[in-house]
Design a binder for this molecule. Structure first.
Ligand code: NAD
Length: 503
């Protein structure tokens, strides 16, 4: 049951938001209808700061998944044939609605995701940015003409929608990570079945359904099945209907999703975990490196695939860097994200907290020193800086996904590169140096999909290719790169004059 004590200070309840559908959120979104939970099991959606239940959503079943894919399959062809400017206009209108509902969204970011205002603003901007770029793709999907080796033949490469796109997303940046697939998929003429994370079914799915419904998206083009990954995930990702399976989440789950998708002849697009290094070379501007290091480690409690999880700092700057970072960490206000000025909110749930605290305690037992933070209260973990860390300690060799900054010393650039690459992940990273050519050499040697010189790894621009290598995933998101994934190229040739055959 919904706990009325979850009402915010301004009296709002999650079911009564301006953006909420008339039936409230306890529904699936299928074929343009809000289908009530009925006798399905329910998922409690909890506020990580207070651990009270905001609302419930249905726990979709495998039958629901089958129905959603069948609906999406039926709806796709007519949608794909609609003029591109009409598809673009609907995505643009949905994007504009995100702006109109900004207050509701900011509140939801806080109570459903534990996101502070800074993060809410950042994520809303990213979601709007990716929807704008996605809308524009509708008018950019023209094919190509290629000369032929056969006399009298013309080759055309025609771009068609991939078909039905299955989308599975995580809880950490739910609105953005969902929009970055759903918006371009819809603009390019596909239909979508979306399974948001069970912690964030509103921001990761039902909110988007609501704005697309209001923007006039035809029934069946977007369908949302909130559900537990461990219950319906295998069925969802190994289904025979979708042509593309877009998964954002952990590498462990992503590997299985990819295998099941390929087994069903579905193209996987996988955005997975990271263990991102922030490298500070001996000639770095120390203050800039520390500022970037603090932002990259502690924003959204370190719960981002591109957060800094390892600080790799030259021994000549090590002590000063650790002291500066510890000073920044100690000053960050921790609390309920709805309180003004809060910069560090709760982590998402008890199991994430226990994992982070476990890595922390084991690393300290193995010789690391706590320079700031180290404690926790409920789901609030203090921004923590650890010195004396080695690459084999649990905080360094795992994606800890928390507000923890392990600092590892190095002597030579070669050693720094070795430390950076000593992981199966390869998502993002950063290098600080006043010699850009030297930083560039290190960046080139880093086995990652993205590196940011004199910044930190937490960068995503909706018109720039985003993605990793190794256990961090397959494929690239954003702009023309996601367009390649969400469309199929068909080769049509025209033999304009009789061809000579050998017999
Ligand atoms: P997770 O893999 O546990 O869950 C992600 C999604 O997968 C959820 O919707 C979940 O319900 C679903 N799921 C769980 N089991 C499934 C199964 N068997 N089949 C299909 N789906 C299943 O990840 P998480 O802990 O929610 O998210 C954090 C992870 O996501 C981190 O590793 C982070 O680095 C990664 N991430 C990557 C990116 C990126 O762009 N590379 C972005 C954000 C998060």
């Amino acid at each position: 049951m919904t706990d009325t004590s979850t009402r915010s200070a301004d009296g709002r309840d999650v079911d009564e938001l301006d953006i909420a559908p008339e039936t409230g959120w306890n529904a699936l979104f299928l074929d343009g209808e809000w289908v009530p939970a009925g006798d399905r099991d329910l998922i409690d959606v909890e506020n990580p700061a207070t651990r009270t239940t905001l609302t419930t959503v249905p726990s979709a079943t495998e039958d629901d998944v089958d129905e959603a894919y069948a609906i999406a399959e039926d709806a796709q062809s007519a949608w794909g044939q609609r003029p591109p400017q009409e598809r673009a206009a609907i995505v643009s209108d949905a994007c504009a609605l995100l702006g109109e509902y900004a207050d509701d969204l900011e509140w939801l970011f806080a109570v459903e995701c534990g996101g502070v205002q800074l993060k809410a603003d950042f994520e809303t901007q990213l979601a709007q940015g990716t929807m704008e770029v996605g809308a524009g793709l509708a008018m950019r999907d023209g094919g190509r003409r290629k000369d032929s080796v056969t006399p009298g033949k013309e080759n055309l490469l025609v771009r068609e929608p991939a078909g039905v796109v299955g989308v599975i997303t995580p809880w950490n940046f739910p609105l953005y990570l969902t929009s970055r697939v759903v918006a371009p998929a819809i603009a390019l003429g596909n239909s979508v079945v979306l399974k948001p994370d069970e912690h964030t079914p509103l921001m990761g799915g039902l909110v988007l359904a609501r704005v697309f419904e209001e923007a006039g998206l035809p029934d069946g083009v977007l369908n949302v099945v909130p559900g537990y990954g461990h219950e319906i995930g295998d069925h969802f990702s190994g289904h025979s209907v979708p042509s593309v399976m877009s998964f954002t989440g952990s590498s462990e789950v992503g590997r299985g999703v990819g295998q099941r998708a390929v087994g069903a002849y579905t193209e996987p697009a996988l955005e997975l975990g990271g263990n991102n290094a922030h490298v500070v070379l001996p000639d770095a501007d120390l203050e800039r490196a520390i500022d970037a290091g603090a932002f990259g480690s502690f924003t959204h409690q370190g719960q981002e695939c591109i957060s800094i999880t390892r600080h790799v700092v030259h021994e000549s700057l090590y002590d000063e860097y650790v002291a500066g970072l510890a000073d920044r960490a100690a000053q960050l206000p921790i609390g309920d994200p709805r309180e003004e000025g809060t910069l560090v909110g709760p982590v998402i749930n008890e199991s994430q907290r226990d994992k982070i605290v476990g890595f922390l305690e084991e690393s300290v037992a193995n010789g690391a020193t706590v320079e700031a933070g180290g404690g926790h209260d409920g789901l609030f973990i203090e921004p923590t800086v650890l010195s004396g860390v080695t690459s084999d300690m649990p905080v360094a060799c795992n994606e800890h996904f928390g507000p923890v900054a392990p600092v590892i010393p190095f002597e030579t650039d070669e050693e720094a590169i070795e430390i950076v690459n000593d992981t199966e992940y390869g998502l993002s990273g950063s290098v600080h140096s006043t010699d850009v050519a030297r930083a560039r050499d290190v960046a080139d040697a880093m086995e990652t999909g993205m590196v940011h010189i004199n910044d930190q790894p937490l960068n995503d621009e909706p018109h720039v290719a985003f993605g990793g290598v190794g256990a961090s995933g397959l494929g690239r998101y954003n702009d023309e790169w996601i367009m390649d994934t969400l469309t199929t190229l068909k080769w049509i040739s025209i033999q304009r004059e009789p061809r000579e055959y050998p017999y």
